[in-house]
Write a protein that binds this ligand. Structure first.
Ligand SMILES: *Cc1c(COP(=O)(O)O)cnc(C)c1O
Length: 368
C-alpha cells in the first residue's frame, strides 16, 4: 500500500464537478486576470476575509510574493533588518532579501517549533523594522508575547500563515493578529488552488490599499499609476477554485485533527516525540511532524515500504548555502537538533484511518 504524504488527488477528485463548473464560469466570462473588476477574485477576497474575521484580503500570485509585497507595503527595504525564525520554508527569509533587507535569524522553541520569543529581544538592533512570525506546521506562534515585544520595540509584525489556514490562537483566526498576514494557496496547503496563488490579509485600510497597488503596477485604476509595483495578481481560475474549496476548510481541518489524534494514540509508546499543541490554540496539522532519534534509518525504512515520509526541514535557514557564510558564527541549537530528528508522517483530510494504522504498524516493526 503506497501512501503519499498528502493526497491532493483524492481531494480534487471529490470536488471534480464543482471545480469544473467553477472553471467553466470563468471561461464563459473571460474573467482570467485578477484586476479590480474580476468578480471571482473579488468574491473570494471578500469570503476569505470574512472567514478569518479580517477587514481586507488582497489576492496575489503566490505566498512568496505575498511576503515580499507585505514587506514593501510596510516600507521595509535596504538597510533594514527583519527577524525571521531559524526554521521555515525558505520564502520566509528569501522575501526579506528580495526587498533588499537582511533577515536576522532567531532560534525556535523546543516544544512548539515556532520562533523562540524569549530570544527575540537580543536579536533586535536599531535597524530592526519587523518580525516575521511563521505559524509552522499549522501551529500558532506565541502571538501574545510577540505582539508585546513588537509594541514595546515599535516593530511591525507579519504573520506567515502559509501552513496555518483556519488555525486559531486565543479565539482569533491566525492572520488577524498582525499588521499584515500572508497566505499561500499552493495545492497541498490546507487551502490550496490548482496552481500558484496567495494573498495578503490586513485590518489596516492603508496597508491593504498599498498591498493592492503593489500587486498591479501601482495602478489605482487602469493607467493611473500611483506608485511602482509589479504584476502579482490572483487569477480568476484560481479564485474560482478557492471559492469552491473554502467552505470545506473547517471540516478538512477537523479531519486533520482527528487523524492526528489517531497518530497520538497509536504512537504513544513508540519513543517517538509527538507534536505538542500550544495551550489556547488550535493546531491545524498542515504537517504531522514527529522527532525520532534514528530519523534517517526510519525515513528510509518507511520509504522502502512505500510510505512517503518527509523531512521538514533538512537544515535551519541560516545554514542554507545562501546564508551560511554570513551566519556560520551564530548558534541555533534547537533548530539544529530539530533538523536532525524531524520526520513528517502522511496526513491530510483524505488519508484513510487504515493508512495511518499501516504507517504506525510499519513504524512499530522498525522499532522491534
Ligand atoms: C509554502 C510556504 C510559503 C510560500 O508559498 P508559495 O505559494 O509556494 O510561494 C511561504 N512560507 C511558508 C511557511 C510556506 O510553507
Amino acid at each position: 500500500m503506497a501512501i503519499p504524504i498528502a493526497n491532493v488527488g483524492r481531494q480534487n477528485a471529490a470536488l471534480k464537478e464543482e471545480i469544473a463548473d467553477a472553471i467553466s464560469s470563468v471561461i464563459e466570462q473571460s474573467a482570467f486576470i485578477g484586476t479590480a473588476h474580476n468578480p471571482f477574485v473579488q468574491q473570494f477576497e471578500r469570503q476569505f476575509a470574512a472567514y478569518l474575521g479580517a477587514q481586507h484580503c488582497v489576492g496575489c500570485a503566490n505566498g512568496t510574493d505575498a511576503l515580499e509585497i507585505a514587506l514593501l507595503a510596510l516600507g521595509v527595504g535596504r538597510g533594514d533588518e527583519v527577524i525571521v525564525p531559524a526554521i521555515s520554508w525558505i520564502s520566509s527569509a528569501e522575501a526579506v532579501n528580495t526587498v533588499g533587507a537582511k533577515p536576522v535569524f532567531v532560534d525556535i522553541d523546543a516544544r512548539y517549533y515556532t520562533i523562540d520569543e524569549s530570544k527575540i529581544d537580543e536579536a533586535i538592533t536599531p535597524h530592526t523594522k519587523a518580525i516575521i512570525v511563521v505559524h509552522l506546521f499549522g501551529q500558532s506562534a506565541n502571538m501574545q508575547l510577540i505582539r508585546q515585544i513588537a509594541e514595546a520595540r515599535k516593530l511591525f509584525v507579519i504573520e506567515d500563515c502559509a501552513q496555518a489556514h483556519g488555525a486559531v490562537y486565543g479565539g482569533a483566526k491566525l492572520g488577524t493578529l498582525s499588521d499584515i498576514a500572508t497566505f499561500s494557496f499552493f495545492p497541498s496547503k490546507n487551502l490550496g488552488g490548482m496552481g500558484d496563488a496567495g494573498c495578503m490579509v490586513s485590518n489596516n485600510n492603508d496597508l491593504a490599499e498599498r498591498c493592492r497597488l503593489l500587486t498591479n503596477h501601482g495602478q489605482k485604476e487602469k493607467n493611473n499609476h500611483r506608485m511602482l509595483g509589479r504584476n502579482s495578481r490572483l487569477d480568476g481560475i484560481q479564485a474560482a477554485i478557492l471559492q469552491v474549496k473554502l467552505p470545506y476548510l473547517d471540516n478538512w481541518n477537523s479531519l486533520r485533527q482527528k487523524k492526528a489524534q489517531l497518530y497520538y494514540s497509536l504512537l504513544a509508546n513508540t519513543g517517538l516525540i509527538l507534536p505538542e499543541i500550544r495551550p489556547e490554540s488550535q493546531h491545524v496539522f498542515h504537517l504531522f511532524v514527529v522527532r525520532a532519534e534514528n530519523r534517517d534509518q526510519l525515513f528510509h525504512y518507511l520509504r522502502n515500504n512505500e510510505i512517503e515520509a518527509a523531512i521538514h526541514y533538512h537544515q535551519p535557514l541560516p545554514m542554507l548555502e545562501p546564508y551560511h557564510a554570513e551566519y556560520q558564527s551564530y548558534v541555533y541549537p534547537t533548530a539544529i537538533s530539530q533538523c536532525a530528528a524531524n520526520l513528517s508522517l502522511p496526513l491530510c483530510p483524505f488519508t484513510d484511518d487504515a493508512e495511518i494504522e499501516h504507517v504506525c504498524n510499519t513504524i512499530m516493526k522498525f522499532i522491534d
